[in-house]
Design a protein around this ligand. Structure first.
Ligand code: SF4
Length: 237
């Protein structure tokens, strides 16, 4: 049994769970790398499977043949707005994924990239809620994640990710139509991709002070996203 599992088992006695804090810069670097390389992330979930019970549609790429072969076709439907072959796995009325059986993923070794890449710490990083009504379990979970800040850079990067998410939410009208996702998961991921735009606006006290206009910032964000996407690998699973 891992130390985390031992701690969590002990913690159940007092009705709470213990989650390890992770350095923000280290987490950010690994998360951006996983997004670029489509390798999946190593999340210390312990016994938590809240994301499998939180009413998520799971996108599956047509190249993910091992995943597709393990899911009954009747549970899949065409993904709106994506090319032919891209599908979504739906969820039951209670928000549970149909592949979650006896509280465990029945296709764990072959789960999709969407599932492998899911890391609910993106919401803690971006300072946004995953959704109070249909994502109750995830919302509770993210309250327990803690980042640590061993250096000034850790704090500055976290402030920049939060500032990027806030700006894109509040100034969506400055961007071309459809550029800012309405989906909060995608918004948090976008903030992680473009955070560096805000780094230069952080003052000595760690606060964000802007001198650029909203439209200039929006352009810089679009450029940063295009640069990030240009480095992304194509899934080949
Ligand atoms: S496929 Fe497995 S990992 Fe993905 S949401 Fe369903 S139960 Fe969870």
């Amino acid at each position: 049994m891992s130390n985390i599992k031992k701690l969590n088992r002990a913690a159940k006695i007092i009705g709470r769970q213990i989650f390890p804090a992770v350095g923000f810069s280290s987490w950010l670097r690994q998360t951006r790398s996983a997004l670029l390389k489509e390798t999946g992330v190593d999340v210390p979930c312990g016994e938590c499977n809240a994301c499998c019970k939180s009413a998520y549609f799971i996108h599956i790429h047509p190249k993910e043949t091992r995943t597709l072969s393990r899911i009954p076709k009747k549970l899949l439907f065409a993904a709106p707005g994506l090319p032919k072959g891209h599908v979504l796995l739906g969820y039951f009325e209670n928000g549970r994924c149909p592949m979650l059986i006896n509280d465990a993923c029945s296709i764990y070794a072959h789960r999709s990239l969407t599932c492998r890449n899911y890391d609910c710490r993106i919401f803690t990083a971006a300072g946004i809620s995953p959704g109070e009504t249909d994502k109750v379990q995830i919302t509770q979970r993210i309250r327990h994640w803690k980042f640590s800040y061993p250096t000034r850079r850790d704090r500055d990067q976290h402030a920049a990710v939060k500032a990027a998410a806030k700006f894109m939410r509040e100034r969506a009208a400055c961007f071309p139509a459809g550029a800012i996702p309405g989906n909060v998961t995608q918004l948090a991921i976008l903030a992680i991709k473009v955070y560096s735009v805000f780094l230069k606006y952080i003052d000595e006290s760690g606060k964000i002070k802007r001198i650029s206009s909203d439209s200039e910032l929006a352009k810089a964000i679009m450029k940063a996203n295009a640069k990030f996407e240009a480095g992304r690998h194509t899934p080949n699973k």
